[in-house]
Design a protein around this ligand. Structure first.
Ligand code: MN
Length: 204
C-alpha cells in the first residue's frame, strides 16, 4: 500500500532512511538555472513516499541535505544526472553515493530500445506508469491529488528496478562498468552546473 507524506520546506528530523532511498525531483522545466526546484520525493522501497515542497528561494533544508550527503545511504534515481545537478544547484549539496536505473539499464540491457522509467517499469516489473502530470505546474500554491500521486509514483518502483537491473548487470559481467559511472555521476552534475558539456570533455 502506498502512503504519501507531504512536508513543507524540509524533511522532518524524525524521518529516517537506512541503507538506501529512492529520490526524484520536480522542477519548473528542464533549464536548471532558469527553472527552479519545486519538489523532492523520497521513497523507502516499502511503499512510503515523503514529498518535500519548496517555496521560491527558500532552500534551507538541513535534514534533507544531511540525508542526500550521507555516505551510508545510497540515493537511487532514474536519470540521476538531472536530479543531482538540480539538488546541487538549489540545495548546495552534492548527492553521494548514487545509483541510476537509466545508466544501469543502458549498460545491462543493450538489447532494449528504451530506458525511460515508463519502459523499465513496463518491461522489468510489468507495471504501467501514467506520465500525464509530468509537465504540470509544480510551483502551484496547492498541488492536486493527481500531482502528488504522480510525484510519488516516480520513486515507488526504483528499489524494485534496482534489484532487477543489478541481477542483469551481474549476469552480463558489467557491474563494475555501472559502478564506475555511478561513482563519477556527482561530478557530472558539478560539471553541468559549472557550464561544461560533459560529452565534449570526453571527445577529441
Ligand atoms: Mn519525476
Amino acid at each position: 500500500m502506498t502512503q504519501i507524506f507531504f512536508h513543507e520546506g524540509d524533511l522532518p528530523a524524525s524521518v529516517r532512511f537506512s541503507g538506501s532511498v529512492a529520490v526524484d525531483t520536480e522542477t519548473m522545466g528542464l533549464e536548471l538555472h532558469r527553472d527552479r526546484l519545486c519538489l523532492v520525493q523520497l521513497g523507502d522501497g516499502q511503499g512510503n513516499c515523503h514529498i518535500v515542497r519548496f517555496q521560491k528561494g527558500q532552500y534551507n533544508a538541513p535534514n534533507l541535505k544531511a540525508l542526500l550527503a550521507d555516505p551510508t545511504v545510497l540515493k537511487i534515481f532514474q536519470y540521476a544526472r538531472f536530479d543531482v545537478a538540480a539538488l546541487y544547484l538549489y540545495l548546495g549539496v552534492l548527492c553521494a553515493p548514487v545509483y541510476c536505473t537509466k545508466i544501469a539499464s543502458k549498460i545491462a540491457r543493450t538489447n532494449a530500445p528504451a530506458h525511460s522509467l515508463k519502459a523499465l517499469c513496463q518491461t522489468l516489473l510489468g507495471i504501467e506508469l501514467e506520465k500525464e502530470q509530468q509537465c504540470s505546474d509544480w510551483g502551484a500554491e496547492k498541488l492536486s491529488e493527481e500531482q502528488l500521486k504522480y510525484a510519488a509514483n516516480d520513486v515507488l518502483y526504483l528499489h524494485a528496478l534496482k534489484e532487477k537491473l543489478d541481477a542483469l548487470l551481474e549476469r552480463e559481467g558489467r557491474t563494475a562498468y555501472a559502478q564506475a559511472c555511478f561513482d563519477f555521476l556527482p561530478h557530472v552534475g558539478e560539471l553541468d552546473i559549472a557550464g561544461f558539456d560533459c560529452e565534449t570533455v570526453f571527445t577529441h
